[in-house]
Design a protein around this ligand. Structure first.
Ligand SMILES: [Zn+2]
Length: 192
């Protein structure tokens, strides 16, 4: 069966806060999972008017495997190709901590201003099991940190839990607005 947006799990599903396992052998089955992750991300994007499906970790389709897919071009929705990172590991974090907006396919409509390192060096295996290394800065560095967090069971909201001013809500018109931290975030049983 084809993997689609409904296969993406969301909080309060507690699987999202579990650590994923290392992929041992990269075979057809693993590649099918990866193809499904990409299909689900694009299907999700096609259902959302104001958002781009930037990346996905396997746990988000409820498979606890250390696999991440990241869009090749965030700014161009027409480019529907992805890079694949199997067993991704942060080798080095560099630069300053910078705050910027993040959302997550597994947290509906809540956005946050999350501090992330400016630059990151990552190693992983590609779709065919070949070792790869990548250095990223700017938004891509942020995406790597967000996705590798997913493989460890960490959600972006966990980094800003106690910071009322860091949370925002996506409005129907696509703009982000402030929300009531106490009611919408702190006491929101879906999130914690
Ligand atoms: Zn996410």
């Amino acid at each position: 069966m084809k993997t689609a947006k409904d296969d993406i799990i969301r909080l309060p599903n507690e699987h999202l806060r579990s650590r994923s396992k290392r992929v041992g052998f990269i075979d057809k089955n693993i590649q099918q999972i990866i193809d499904g992750m990409i299909a689900a991300t694009l299907d999700w994007e096609d259902s959302r008017e104001h958002e781009v499906g930037v990346a996905l970790a396997a746990i988000q389709i409820d498979l606890p495997l250390r696999i991440v897919v990241i869009r090749n071009d965030f700014d161009n929705k027409q480019d529907r190709t992805f890079k694949v990172f199997i067993n991704p590991e942060v080798v080095k974090l560099e630069g300053k901590l910078i705050e910027d907006f993040e959302g997550c396919l597994s947290i509906q409509d809540v956005y946050g201003k999350v501090p992330r390192y400016e630059r990151v060096k990552v190693k992983a295996l590609d779709y065919n099991g070949r070792p790869i290394r990548a250095t990223a800065d700017g938004f891509l560095a942020r995406v790597f940190q967000h996705e590798i967090d997913h493989t460890k069971g960490i959600m972006f909201i966990d980094h800003i839990k106690d910071r009322p001013e860091a949370f925002f809500k996506l409005q129907e018109d696509g703009h982000l607005s402030e929300l009531d931290y106490e009611k919408d975030i702190r006491e929101n049983r879906i999130l914690w």
